[in-house]
Design a protein around this ligand. Sequence first.
Ligand SMILES: NC(=O)c1ccc[n+]([C@@H]2O[C@H](COP(=O)([O-])OP(=O)(O)OC[C@H]3O[C@@H](n4cnc5c(N)ncnc54)[C@H](O)[C@@H]3O)[C@@H](O)[C@H]2O)c1
Length: 248
Amino acid sequence: MSMTGKVAVVTGAGSGFGEAIARRLARDGCRVVVADIAGDAGARVAESIAADGGTAIAITTDVTRDADMQHLVEETVSRFDGLDIFVNNAGTTHRNGPMLDVDEATFDRVYAVNVKSIYLSARHAVPVFRSRGGGCFLTIASTAGVRPRPGLTWYNGSKGAAIVLTKSMAVELAPDRIRVNAINPVMGDTGLVDQFLGDNTREAIISGIPLGRLSRPEDIANAAAYLCSDEAGFVTGVCLEVDGGRCV
Ligand SMILES: NC(=O)c1ccc[n+]([C@@H]2O[C@H](COP(=O)([O-])OP(=O)(O)OC[C@H]3O[C@@H](n4cnc5c(N)ncnc54)[C@H](O)[C@@H]3O)[C@@H](O)[C@H]2O)c1
């Protein structure tokens, strides 16, 4: 998929799905901004993309902070002279367990990282997209927002919000030629997997996935590359399951 010269921000790109998305977009020709609260991890990914011949910089960003998101967008435009793609990937969860075991601070953190970040990205990226005649948002939501299961109730709700926001933003921003899509991954082997599993075994989760494995970062990156490309120019408001058939 050719995206030569486009400028893409990927949040939470210091590891997991976000890292794979950043690497893939860079391979497809994007100039990539690796935005992560973990500055060292973001720098490592950006350096490694550059070592592979791509163009990437790291900007340490807490996606729950308005000033950080403003700086992320302003710095991106200043360094790369534009912004075409904003991937809201950074996310967090509470540990899998009874819903009433989740304390208020944890609930607030999950909604700040998974939901408020989308609002902040819109506040700062939409004016830039409008000034350039279009743009593209992609959110990494989850099958948890489509087919919720016990143990992750508050996380499930945050991803449900991300899905509805994707659809609502898509219709509201369509006149500005801004596309808004989401990917719903099934559980994958990333930094969050132990929290998602809780006391469940990996085998129990896999038994509910018809294609018989967890998702891999490359699965999510492949779908992201399509949804962010011009080939998906007539695709908006889509929340695409990348889940081995889990949600059927
Ligand atoms: N792994 C799964 O099973 C799974 C399934 C469905 C959806 N998801 C979603 O995929 C996305 C990526 O998660 P992952 O699985 O790759 O986990 P991960 O822990 O490997 O990556 C998450 C990244 O987000 C960063 N991050 C956390 N809080 C941040 C903040 N406030 N500001 C900026 N960066 C922050 C972390 O430092 C980390 O690099 C999340 O939105 C997650 O909810 C994951």
